[in-house]
Design a protein around this ligand. Structure first.
Ligand SMILES: Cc1cc2nc3c(=O)[nH]c(=O)nc-3n(C[C@H](O)[C@H](O)[C@H](O)COP(=O)(O)OP(=O)(O)OC[C@H]3O[C@@H](n4cnc5c(N)ncnc54)[C@H](O)[C@@H]3O)c2cc1C
Ligand SMILES: NC(=O)c1ccc[n+]([C@@H]2O[C@H](COP(=O)([O-])OP(=O)(O)OC[C@H]3O[C@@H](n4cnc5c(N)ncnc54)[C@H](O)[C@@H]3O)[C@@H](O)[C@H]2O)c1
Length: 465
């Protein structure tokens, strides 16, 4: 049995751990691959953030005619060359993935790449199913960066009809005429925008009464109103059964108005993700799990076993790439400096939903502030009330802030509208570095008439004491 200084499971965020400072370490990288081609480099690169945003930008361009008429510019979308779009995007991504794999496999003399599924077969011991057969290895230190995979709900017939997930839907050969999207979270909202802008008739099914219901209620309510104008939105529905007939998927739903049947050429399942701790048999390695199956860690990312760390989607409550990257840097430091461990900082974790409109948020929602009983004030500024919003004729976007009325410290920030993630960034910075709303609003110039005036005005509107 070969013994290593360090074993890393997962070539997503885990891949970035190994830099020049590990040149003297004997390292094993284990990866089973993701997506239909078992690609190297993890979810974000191959089937997550990066290709989705390349499709989202393309969809934004395809959606331009819809926004042109109100400005007096009549545009026309003449054609969507789906295969060209798909091949442009994956032509770039597949090369980056192959290059990353080649670099680890061929250019790193201290790194051994094992390609296959790894399972714990003891404490700090793993068996990898490689093409040449099972191989068992052990290590002084192990980093579990194994991510997760799409959840598939237990609905009669679903397994037989053939459905897509975020892993497969971006590589379709043809755009379907109609697509049913199950799920109203991040993945559902982003792909509904992509496919509808490219000409697919989208029906979105949700269990609750709102789309993106984890957002601040004002943001989620506004997004739901706008989504209902663009997509066939079926909320408060339960999918009872699925069947396929004459090439069509047929979904039987139960909702407020009784039974319904929906038909479409394609079904996209987007109901969340499950951590890969089960594939890994994490408990056989002595690793404790949380109630939702994530690997338990402390703030230094150490698991219940000394010498074994976990990071990213397999252990974090935030399934976001910037969080996985942050935790990766914490683990990297703690491997190199075991006597001076540092902790992850999850105080101000932002997120963005790249749909139409865009959403970005950080900190408390108003509902969370109410539930926690803290004293807060809010302000809302519409894009329609700032000069750049007039230029865009925006009538639906806004920024909503929550702050401590005494100190002016920001507690939460929520934006729905054009460039929401970009506009949120200075607010994340303010929260992280303790800048109060008054100082932020009045202590600097704001470029006129730029979109950040939305933030300047939202800050000035706060009814601080
Ligand atoms: C469609 C989609 C869009 C997204 N968009 C965004 C976005 O815009 N912004 C954002 O911040 N986040 C986004 N995310 C989330 C983001 O992709 C993840 O949070 C991030 O990629 C997690 O990184 P990770 O390193 O934890 O895991 P991963 O990148 O998933 O890496 C895990 C690796 O471990 C390997 N592996 C797993 N189990 C085993 C095993 N037993 N043996 C061997 N190898 C194994 C896998 O093959 C994989 O390569 C998106 C996710 C999806 C699905
Ligand atoms: N822009 C981004 O940062 C981005 C984009 C995509 C994904 N992600 C990450 O990936 C994760 C997964 O995305 P997601 O959209 O799959 O999950 P999600 O948790 O955002 O949303 C899942 C949705 O499915 C619903 N649902 C759950 N079980 C269901 C069932 N049985 N039937 C019908 N609906 C059901 C939930 O109520 C929820 O609305 C996200 O939580 C996010 O962290 C991030």
């Amino acid at each position: 049995m070969r013994h290593f200084d360090l074993v890393i499971i997962g070539s997503g965020s885990g891949n970035s751990i190994i830099d020049d400072r590990f040149a003297d370490w004997d390292v094993a990288m284990i990866d089973k691959g993701v997506g239909p081609n078992d690609a190297y480099g993890g979810t974000c690169l191959n089937v997550g953030c990066i290709p989705t945003k390349m499709f989202v930008h393309t969809a934004d361009v395809a959606g331009a005619p819809a926004g042109g008429a109100k400005l007096g510019v009549d545009l026309e979308l003449r054609d969507v060359r789906w295969r060209d779009i798909r091949d442009r995007i994956f032509g770039r991504i597949d090369e980056i993935s192959a290059g990353g794999r080649r670099y680890r496999a061929e250019d790193n003399p201290n790194v051994t790449l094992y390609e296959g599924l790894a399972r714990f077969t003891g404490v700090k011991q793993l068996t990898v199913d490689t093409a040449a057969g099972p191989e068992t290895i052990s290590a002084d230190r192990i980093v579990v960066a194994a991510g997760g995979h799409p959840a598939i709900p237990d609905i009669p017939g679903l397994d037989q009809v053939g459905y897509y997930t975020s892993d497969s839907v971006m590589r379709l050969d043809e755009l379907p005429g109609r697509m049913i999207i199950m799920g109203t979270g991040f993945v559902g909202a982003e792909f509904a925008h992509v496919f509808s802008a490219l000409g697919v008739e989208v029906t979105m099914i949700g269990r609750s009464g709102r789309v993106l219901r984890a957002e601040d209620v004002d943001v989620s309510t506004r997004f739901t109103e706008l989504a209902a104008q663009r997509w066939d939105l079926r909320l408060n529905r339960k999918v009872i059964a699925v069947e396929r007939e004459d090439g069509l998927a047929r979904l039987h739903l139960e909702g407020p108005e009784g039974a319904e049947v929906l038909e479409a050429e394609a079904v996209l399942v987007a109901v969340g993700r499950v951590p890969n701790s089960d594939l890994l048999d994490a408990t056989a390695g002595g690793l404790e799990l949380t109630a939702d199956g994530k690997i338990k860690t402390d703030a230094t990312q150490l698991t219940s076993v000394a010498g074994v760390w976990a990071l990213g989607d397999v252990s974090s409550e935030h399934e976001l790439k910037h969080v996985a990257n942050h935790e990766m840097r914490v683990v990297q430091h703690n491997l190199l400096h075991p006597d001076e461990p540092i902790e992850s900082d999850h105080r101000f974790v932002p997120h963005a939903v790249f749909s139409a409109p865009q959403i970005a948020a950080v900190g408390l929602t108003e509902q969370e502030a109410q539930e926690s009983g803290i004293d807060y004030v809010t302000s809302t500024q519409d894009y329609a009330g700032i000069a750049y919003g007039w230029a865009m004729e925006d009538t639906t976007g806004f920024a909503k802030l929550l702050a401590d009325p005494e100190t002016g410290r920001l507690l939460g920030a929520h934006i729905i509208g054009p460039q929401a993630p970009t506009l949120l960034q200075p607010l994340i910075q303010a929260m992280q570095f303790g800048l109060d709303a008054r100082t932020m609003a009045r202590g600097q110039y704001w470029i006129h008439p730029g979109m950040p005036e939305l933030i300047e005005n939202a800050l000035l509107n706060l009814p601080l004491r």
